[in-house]
Write a protein that binds this ligand. Structure first.
Ligand SMILES: Cc1cc2nc3c(=O)[nH]c(=O)nc-3n(C[C@H](O)[C@H](O)[C@H](O)COP(=O)(O)OP(=O)(O)OC[C@H]3O[C@@H](n4cnc5c(N)ncnc54)[C@H](O)[C@@H]3O)c2cc1C
Ligand SMILES: NC(=O)c1ccc[n+]([C@@H]2O[C@H](COP(=O)([O-])OP(=O)(O)OC[C@H]3O[C@@H](n4cnc5c(N)ncnc54)[C@H](O)[C@@H]3O)[C@@H](O)[C@H]2O)c1
Length: 470
């Protein structure tokens, strides 16, 4: 069997894998290879972040024009919307990513990789097997896949790939789940013409964010005619003539869900109840490891895991950050050095491109209290700055900062509403930099920008937080 050797071998060419392959060798003279069995660029580029945001942006702009005096209202054109999606996923062709890898000096080995021993990855493709040996490190970056409990499997429900890759728009779409995929996909499927019903097990949407954020998103979904059943369990799923028709096509006949709120019929079912690291068939047992070892970080010094596969927050920017950190560690170790890393653990930001938008970073108020902080909270309507008020005629949502009263450090922040996704980065910077709120007050935002909301939030904190702690 053919054997190839590189300093670093990365299994999985999504955003996390690409960053690991680049940062581990950049400027070192070392070589790296990515093993990829589908499309270089991964889930994010073709079936997740890019297509979903390409679909949502025109809808958000049309909504904005309907709520902004002085312009005519724009309308979503479904066919053009899907064409925009196709453009952003390069019609599911990864030639551009190949060019990037080539330019970065990264080899791409096509096929499915699995460990067959220490530092050795066997790659299987239609051309046969090849062993790719890593002189220094192997990085697992195989991503994640949607959770599909056995009760749903025979009905061949849609997963997120079908929703972002939609080709046939079902007349009636049931969505099980009340998380990020459900809250985003409901919007574009409704705009494309589906009658959408969310079946949510919890009593609220977006369970990991502040309750006021989930409430605003619930109101937003209902306002656009989407039905949402909260606190509703599914006990049975039946489908007439299920058929594997392909990504984004309706997978058979009518689906009937038996739920605690009664029976629900739909033409398609989107199951979006979370994702799990893709670690099966990776040959972990060949090196004496299990999937649990990967999630717990119990790995030998030559093996690393980044991105969704690591079991960390399944977000592209977080996976890329992990990959940069791991890449720097590998590069430093090869030079007999230790990579510099800050003492403070980076907080995880997330933007949900729902309507209204929800952006958060760090701890929620409840998490901060549970962690034992002496918590003080400031919450203001997102409309309360002139800069946010100008952005559209109706500005919904609240924004909030969570502060430690004894250290004056920001613990977390949540922005709901217009430009939320752009407002949150200042909070991330303040947390990473350890900027106390009495100093942050002196970071002056221009009038009348949306960033002036920071002034409103900081002014609402107790006056004693305007000077250093005694
Ligand atoms: C609908 C949707 C929308 C999303 N939107 C956002 C968003 O707006 N912002 C955000 O931050 N995150 C978003 N996410 C999450 C984001 O897509 C993931 O966190 C991100 O793709 C993870 O990157 P990754 O590199 O770890 O894995 P992936 O992108 O999943 O890439 C893994 C790669 O590994 C390959 N692979 C797997 N096993 C093997 C093997 N054995 N051999 C060879 N190759 C293999 C796969 O083919 C794939 O190319 C979204 C997710 C979904 C489902
Ligand atoms: N804008 C973004 O950043 C973005 C967009 C989409 C997806 N993502 C990532 O993708 C991941 C997966 O998204 P998701 O929406 O599938 O998961 P999620 O974790 O966001 O939400 C899962 C939902 O399913 C519910 N649930 C869990 N098990 C269930 C069960 N057995 N029956 C019924 N309901 C159940 C949960 O209560 C929750 O409402 C997210 O964690 C997120 O990080 C990010």
């Amino acid at each position: 069997m053919e054997t190839r050797e590189y300093d670093v071998v990365v299994i999985g060419g999504g955003p996390a894998g690409e960053n690991a392959a680049q940062y581990a060798v950049e400027g070192t003279g070392m070589s790296s290879a990515i093993v990829e069995r589908e499309l270089l660029g991964g889930e994010c580029s073709y079936w997740a972040c890019m297509p979903s945001k390409a679909l949502l942006r025109p809808i958000a702009v049309a909504d904005l024009t309907a709520d902004l005096g002085g312009v005519s209202t724009a309308h979503v054109a479904p066919k053009a919307l899907l064409e925009r999606r196709d453009y952003w996923v390069s019609s599911y062709d990864d030639a551009g990513q190949d060019t990037w890898a080539d330019g970065a000096g990264i080899a791409v080995v096509r096929g499915a990789g699995r460990l067959v021993g220490e530092r050795t990855v066997r790659v299987t493709s239609s051309d046969g097997d090849v062993d790719v040996v890593a002189r220094r490190a192997v990085v697992i970056a195989t991503g994640s896949e949607p959770v599909v409990p056995p009760m749903y499997a025979d009905a061949l429900p849609w997963g997120s790939r079908d929703a972002t890759g939609v080709v046939e728009v079902p007349d009636r779409l049931a969505i099980v789940g009340g998380g990020v995929v459900a809250c985003e996909a409901a919007i574009w499927m409704k705009a494309l013409g589906s009658d959408v019903t969310l079946v949510v097990r919890d009593q609220r949407l977006l369970g990991r964010t502040e309750p006021f954020a989930g409430e605003a998103v619930l109101a937003g979904l209902r306002e656009r005619g989407i039905t949402v059943h909260l606190g509703t369990e599914v006990s049975d799923v039946r489908r007439q003539s299920p058929e594997a028709t392909g990504i984004g096509r309706v997978h058979g006949g009518t689906v009937t869900l038996t739920t605690s709120a009664g029976e629900l019929e739909a033409d398609e079912l989107l199951l979006s109840i979370g994702r799990t690291p893709r670690l099966d068939d990776l040959g972990l047992d060949s090196v004496g490891l299990t999937a649990d070892d990967v999630s717990a970080g119990r790995l030998p010094e030559w093996l690393h895991a980044v991105g969704d596969a690591s079991g960390g927050p399944p977000l592209t920017h977080w996976g890329k950050h992990q990959a940069r950190v791991v890449g720097a560690r590998i590069a430093a170790a090869a030079a007999g050095e230790v990579a510099w890393e800050p003492d403070r653990e980076a907080p995880v930001p997330q933007v949900v491109f729902s309507d209204p938008e929800v952006a958060s970073v760090g701890m929620t108020e409840a998490e901060a209290r549970a962690a034992g902080h002496d918590v003080v909270v400031s919450r203001v309507p997102t409309s309360s700055a002139a800069g946010t008020g100008l952005l559209r005629d109706t500005v919904v949502g609240d924004s909030q900062v969570v502060v430690d009263a004894s250290t004056h450090l920001l613990l977390g922040a949540t922005f709901v509403g217009v430009e939320a996704g752009e407002l949150v980065h200042a909070a991330t910077v303040a947390i990473v930099g350890g900027v106390p709120v009495h100093v942050l007050r002196h970071a002056v935002a221009s009038y009348p920008t949306a960033s002036e909301l920071w002034l409103r939030l900081l002014e609402e904190l107790p006056a004693e937080l305007r000077r250093p702690p005694a």
